[in-house]
Design a protein around this ligand. Structure first.
Ligand SMILES: Nc1ncnc2c1ncn2[C@@H]1O[C@H](COP(=O)(O)OP(=O)(O)OP(=O)(O)O)[C@@H](O)[C@H]1O
Length: 257
């Protein structure tokens, strides 16, 4: 499988505080990769570096073989999409218009029939049809989160990054969104990178996990290789029993160590 992202010896800090400390990864297309790890371990910061929201102090990120810095804003927006952790957008913008913004990198002279078709498709795919004329400020937190995901999907990026995309969703919508993202990676060959806290859902829907601890990659690989009782203890400081369940790994967190 073709490498989509190649990250080499990445360092980043806010001010003088080092946050990411020498991260190297190669991520191929057509898969779901989830970044997991405790609060403050640098998951969102890593995603922000990959989305070029913040600039690493040291190291190199290559997207399809080309330095991330060498992409123009327009080129980058066609290749990758990013959904931040929380979206507090309350502009007086309808759901349809908000999703249509995702098509902007592809528009030439205006909105095409194809743009409208993609927007309509994504809206119905995410079950937002009944809300399509509603304004963002009339939506619940979970509905707004779905609109942010819909916009990123409408962008049709080859690399889609989502920071805790299911944090505001109920269990049914969590499953729906994660199924949809997995499907996208399979059908369109996209690389989907998620930051997730729920280890069981991460294991179930991801091809690979990146387990972070204090700004470094503690372990990376298939979910069953990464989510071992030893790793959970080392990284989260929790004694856990991990078993193979019907739908994937089941993690019973016993007590802090
Ligand atoms: N804008 C900022 N300015 C200064 N420090 C920051 C900023 N954003 C994050 N940090 C710090 O960087 C560290 C890593 O934060 P980051 O958000 O990447 O962690 P995370 O693993 O995503 O955490 P969480 O699971 O709590 O969302 C934390 O110690 C945080 O306090």
């Amino acid at each position: 499988m073709k490498t989509a992202l190649d990250i080499e010896n990445l360092f980043f800090g806010y001010g003088s505080t080092g946050i990411l400390r020498g991260i190297s990864l190669q991520l191929a297309q057509s898969q779901v990769v989830s970044i997991v790890g405790p609060n403050g371990s640098g998951k969102s910061t890593l995603l922000k570096c990959l989305a070029r929201i913040v600039k690493p102090e040291q190291g190199e990120i290559r997207l399809f073989g080309k330095s991330l810095n060498a992409y123009s804003g327009g080129e980058l927006a066609k290749k990758q999409g990013y959904v931040p952790q929380s979206t507090s957008e309350t502009f007086p913008l309808s759901v349809t218009d908000a999703v249509l913004i995702g098509r902007k990198p592809h528009m030439k002279w205006g909105v095409s029939d194809r743009d409208l078709a993609i927007v309509g498709h994504v809206i119905s795919f995410l079950g937002l049809e009944p809300l399509r004329h509603n304004y963002l400020n009339e939506l619940s937190g979970g509905q707004r989160q779905k609109v942010a995901i819909a916009r990123a999907l409408a962008q049709e990026p080859e690399v889609l990054m989502l920071d805790e995309p299911t944090s505001a969703l109920d269990i049914r919508h969590q499953l729906e969104v994660l199924e949809l993202l997995k499907d996208l990676s399979r059908k369109s060959g996209s690389l989907v990178i998620l930051v997730l806290h729920d280890l069981e859902l991460a294991a179930r829907y991801s091809d690979q996990l990146i387990l972070m601890r204090q700004g470094v990659v503690h372990a990376m690989g298939k979910p069953e290789e990464v989510l071992t009782a030893d790793h959970v203890k080392e990284v989260y400081g929790v004694e856990a029993e991990i078993t193979e369940g019907r739908l994937g790994l089941q993690i019973l967190a016993l007590h802090p160590v």
